[in-house]
Design a protein around this ligand. Structure first.
Ligand code: XUL
Length: 525
C-alpha cells in the first residue's frame, strides 16, 4: 500500500505525480502539454482563441484526450500503474463543463474506444468557460443586485461576484443560450469532471473548489438558495452534488485497469481546485506561511482559521481541503505577462534572470510598468493596460533588461499591496510554480517584501497535493508524516533580503502606486 497518484488538470497541461509513502520518494512526475502535445485543439496556451479578449473558453475534450495520452505515455515508458493504491487530484478553478446526460446514467466506459469519443456526445455545450474569462460583468452586477449588494454575496460565499467564478459564468450561458441551458442535465467544475472521468460516473464537487463558484454558503457548506436563484433557473438540480474534500467518491473505472493496467477498483478521493490542492502540496494547511504560486496566473494564499474577507473585494475565501478555510488572491497577469515581455525581446529564462541579477538595479532607476496584458483580477481591470513609465528609450521598449525588471517589480509590489489584508507580515515567502525556479524573480520578491524566499523541493505542488490527499484519505498516512517526508524546503535556495534595497523600493512603491491609482481612477471614469 504505498503508491499514490495525484493528477493536476491545469490551464496549460495535465500532470501526474506519484509518491511512494514507503520509501518517501516521488517516483513519477510527468505531464502532457496541451499546446505541444495536442496541437489539434488549437489552444497553444490551453485557451481557445477569441476575438473578444474578455471571453476565454477551453475545449473540455482536450482535457479528456490529455488523460488518455498521459496514462498511455507513462505506461509505455515502463511505469507500472498496477502499484497505485489511491488517486486524487485537482483542476484549474472556476471552469465549468456542461453535460446533456448525468454521468451516473451512462453505461460503463467502453474499453475499446478512446474516452474522448465517448464524452463528445455527452456535452451539451462544446466549450468550457474558464478562469481567465472576464466577460460576465453584467451578470455579476445582476447577482449583486438580486442579493442586495456585492458585499452580501461576499458575506455568504466568501467572494464578491467575480467574473471568472462559475455562478456568473453559468448565468451568462443560461441567458445567451437558454435552450442549451435547458438541455443541460449536469454541470461540473474541471476538478469534479476529471474525477468523474476516472470513476465513470458523477463525482461530487468538493467544498474547497465549490467555494469558487459564488454559489456555496461558507457557513453551512451547502448551496445557498438565494445565490442559486439569482444565478439561473433550476440550478440546484443541474449541479453535481457537494462533498467534503477527504471523501472517497468512487473507484477507478474498469476502462483504466483494462487499458493501462491499473489494479481493479482503486479508490478515488474527491478532486479539488488547484490552489486548495497546492495548500496541501506545500504543507501549509495551518495558518502561518504566505505561499506564492507563480503560474500562468500568480496566486497568493494562506490557510485561515476563520473566513475573513478582503475589504478591497479582490480576494477570496475557499475551503481548505484539510478542514477550515484558506484565503486566495489571483493575479491574472502572472507568467502570462512575464512571457509576453520575454517573447517581445526573444529572451530565454536564463537571460530573463540575468537581466534582473546583473544588468539592472533594485528600483530600476524609477522605471516602472503597468503589466496588464489581459484584463486583470487584482486589481480589477476590465481591459488590458500595458504602460511603461521612464525615459523615452525605455517607454519605446528599447531597454530589454529594464523592461524585464519592470514587469517583475510591478508584480511583486502588486502582490505586496493587495495581499496585506490576509494579516500577519510574512516571515518568509514560500514559492512554487514554474517561475519559482527563476533566481531573478526570487531576488525581487525577497527584496520587495524584505523577507527570505524559499522554494520547495517538489515544485509541482498541486499534483503533489493530490497524491498526498489520496495517501491521507485512503493510505492512513498522517499529514505530519506526509509533510515531513514530501514537503521539504529546498536547502539550496534561501534568498535573504538585501537591506540596501529598502529605500529604492520605498521610492518605487510610491511611483508604482501613483501610476496604478491614476489608471484605476481613469478607468472608473
Ligand atoms: C484562482 C484562479 C486561478 C486558477 C488557475 O482563483 O482563478 O489560480 O485556479 O488554474
Amino acid at each position: 500500500m504505498s503508491y499514490f497518484l495525484g493528477l493536476d488538470s491545469s490551464t496549460q497541461s495535465l500532470s501526474a505525480l506519484v509518491v511512494d509513502t514507503k520509501t518517501g520518494r516521488v517516483v513519477l512526475d510527468e505531464s502532457v502539454n496541451y499546446g505541444k502535445d495536442l496541437p489539434q485543439y488549437e489552444s497553444p496556451q490551453g485557451v481557445l482563441p477569441n476575438g473578444d479578449a474578455s471571453v476565454c473558453h477551453s475545449d473540455p475534450l482536450m482535457w479528456v484526450e490529455a488523460l488518455d495520452l498521459l496514462l498511455s505515455r507513462v505506461q509505455a515508458s515502463g511505469f507500472d500503474w498496477s502499484k497505485i493504491r489511491g488517486i486524487s487530484g485537482a483542476g484549474q478553478q472556476h471552469g465549468s463543463v456542461y453535460l446533456a446526460r448525468s454521468l451516473s446514467d451512462i453505461p460503463p466506459w467502453d474499453t475499446s474506444k478512446q474516452l474522448v469519443e465517448q464524452v463528445r456526445p455527452l456535452l451539451s455545450f462544446p466549450t468550457s468557460p474558464m478562469w481567465m474569462d472576464s466577460s460576465t460583468g453584467v451578470e455579476c452586477a445582476e447577482i449583486a443586485e438580486a442579493l442586495g449588494s456585492r458585499k452580501k454575496v461576499s458575506e455568504l460565499s466568501g467572494s464578491e461576484p467575480i467574473e471568472r467564478f462559475t455562478g456568473p459564468q453559468i448565468r451568462r450561458l443560461s441567458k445567451r443560450h437558454p435552450q442549451t441551458y435547458a438541455a443541460t442535465t449536469e454541470i461540473h467544475l474541471v476538478s469534479s469532471f476529471i474525477a468523474s472521468l476516472l470513476i465513470g460516473k458523477t463525482a461530487p464537487i468538493d467544498l474547497g473548489d465549490g467555494a469558487g463558484m459564488n454559489l456555496l454558503e461558507l457557513s453551512t457548506g451547502d448551496w445557498n438558495q438565494a445565490l442559486l436563484d439569482a444565478t439561473a433557473p433550476g440550478l440546484r438540480e443541474k449541479l453535481a452534488p457537494l462533498s467534503p474534500s477527504a471523501e472517497v467518491v468512487g473507484t477507478l473505472s474498469a476502462y483504466f485497469s483494462e487499458r493501462y493496467g491499473f489494479a481493479k477498483e482503486v479508490p478515488v478521493v474527491a478532486f479539488t481546485g488547484d490552489n486548495p490542492s497546492s495548500l496541501v502540496g506545500m504543507g501549509a494547511i495551518k495558518p502561518g506561511t504566505r505561499l506564492v504560486s507563480l503560474g500562468t496566473s500568480d496566486t497568493v494564499f494562506a490557510a485561515m482559521d476563520a473566513p475573513r474577507t478582503d475589504p478591497n473585494g479582490f480576494g477570496h475565501v475557499f475551503g481548505n481541503p484539510a478542514g477550515g478555510f484558506m484565503s486566495l488572491l489571483c493575479f491574472t497577469n502572472g507568467s502570462l505577462a512575464r512571457e509576453k515581455v520575454a517573447e517581445h525581446y526573444s529572451l530565454d529564462w536564463a537571460q530573463f534572470a540575468s537581466a534582473i541579477l546583473e544588468e539592472t538595479k533594485p528600483g530600476n532607476n524609477g522605471k516602472c510598468m503597468l503589466p496588464y496584458f489581459v484584463p486583470e483580477t487584482t486589481p480589477k481591470l476590465g481591459a488590458p493596460a500595458v504602460k511603461l513609465f521612464g525615459d523615452d528609450e525605455f517607454v519605446d521598449w528599447k531597454q530589454p533588461a529594464a523592461t524585464v525588471r519592470a514587469v517583475v517589480e510591478a508584480q511583486a509590489l502588486s502582490i505586496q499591496r493587495f495581499s496585506s489584508w490576509i494579516g500577519h507580515e510574512p516571515e518568509q515567502l514560500v514559492l512554487t510554480g514554474g517561475a519559482s525556479r527563476n533566481p531573478g524573480i526570487r531576488r525581487v520578491l525577497a527584496d520587495v517584501f524584505q523577507a527570505p524566499v524559499r522554494v520547495l523541493k517538489v515544485a509541482n505542488s498541486s499534483a503533489l497535493g493530490g497524491a498526498l490527499r489520496a495517501a491521507q484519505a485512503v493510505g492512513n498516512s498522517s499529514w505530519s508524516d506526509l509533510f515531513s517526508t514530501f514537503v521539504a524546503l529546498d536547502p539550496e535556495v534561501n534568498v535573504t533580503p538585501n537591506p540596501q534595497s529598502v529605500s529604492a523600493y520605498a521610492q518605487l512603491r510610491e511611483q508604482y502606486t501613483e501610476h496604478l491609482d491614476a489608471h484605476l481612477r481613469g478607468t472608473l471614469g
